[in-house]
Design a protein around this ligand. Sequence first.
Ligand code: NAI
Length: 255
Amino acid sequence: MTHDEFAGKVAFVTGAAGGIGRATAIAFAAAGADVAVTDINLDELARTVELIEQHGVRALGTGCDVTNGEQIESALTRTINTFGRLDIAFNNAGVEQPVAPLVDIPEHDWDRLVATNLKSVFLCMKHQIPHLLSTGGGSIVNTSSGAGVIGIRGQSAYTAVKHGVIGMTKSAALDYAAQGIRINAICPGIIETPMMDRFSGGTPEGRARVIAQEPVGRMGRPEEVASAVLWLSSDLGAFTTGHALVIDGGQTVGL
Ligand code: NAI
């Protein structure tokens, strides 16, 4: 990817205060885009803004809870007012589910997972697509998971919503394919982020347990997910829409 691949373009990223969202926001900046970043963690979001600006592009940080349609709408309005347009959206914010068999998942955890990981993607696309249509199109990438393509023991709620992201991505891609908007999903495997630290417990044993799921024998780096998002969002991916791209070191290939 050249340093000016996205020059003149504006990217909007949710869940950009750390992990995959931050790495992808920085990768867009390194490739020349102005980047609007959003999150509920304002301290770490401010750090992401600094890291973007180090690439000589413009950054805009906005507090935004992706479970709230009004906050998403106003973060997008602020983006348009600041940068004048929207070309790319990466709908990535999400939360993990504590490991538990279905019966032991509290109803409030189900509701939280649906709101943060699934309804959020619907709300983001609902408010982004009119802006993309107004400039003739663009690209949306939604974050699903390896849990979007296989079942995972102890992860019924997370798996349900991540499968849902892929279904919604495919249908929305069909809705807007003829109008110049490409909509794809990514399905990361075990990626070294604050979420994975919480999920594994961050101990050597916990890390070894999750790495054991990875045929390549290591966790993925957030930057290795970012490069896939950039490819999907660039002209290199111009004929790709409605696709769920697995980036997982072989985790979901077989047992
Ligand atoms: P992370 O926890 O490191 O980052 C997620 C970000 O989302 C955080 O900055 C958090 O503050 C933000 N966030 C959480 N709830 C929010 C809300 N209601 N509104 C706005 N922002 C909110 O997680 P990571 O690992 O970077 O995950 C990013 C995405 O990738 C998530 O959708 C996750 O489900 C998905 N994913 C992660 C994998 C991994 O191994 N780390 C594997 C597969 C998918």
